[in-house]
Design a protein around this ligand. Sequence first.
Ligand code: FES
Length: 145
Amino acid sequence: ALQQTALDQVLAAHAGQAGALLPILHALQDRLGFVPPAALPPIARALNLSRAEVHGVVSFYHHFRTAPPRGRVLQICRAEACRAMGAEALWAHAQAAVEAQGCDTLEPAYCLGLCAQSPAGMLGERLHARLTPARLDALLAQEQP
Ligand code: FES
């Protein structure tokens, strides 16, 4: 029911808008944390697209999840400014940490707007600048929801 309400509101907000597919998918994921597969046929109908077209867009953009994330979402920026400051090592560390801990979800981000204080990451709704593996471990351990 929650999903249906969110979908109805999102579709209503974007009714008649050209190129509304991506905004709709983003809005839905922001509201629900993921894009439910059951939402795709009504979205396709509302936009006069085929289901295959909508499905293709959802699977093309790695940003979209089709299932609820596990625990909190940890994003590590893997774009250029952060890479230059060791983001790849941080990413590898985060992968191992999240796997060991087994209760959060790790996703890449491509610029979080903190390039001047890289490497950057985001845990839940909070941005973190100048991350190190040790700071990341401390955040994962401390910031329980
Ligand atoms: Fe990482 Fe901009 S490149 S925050």
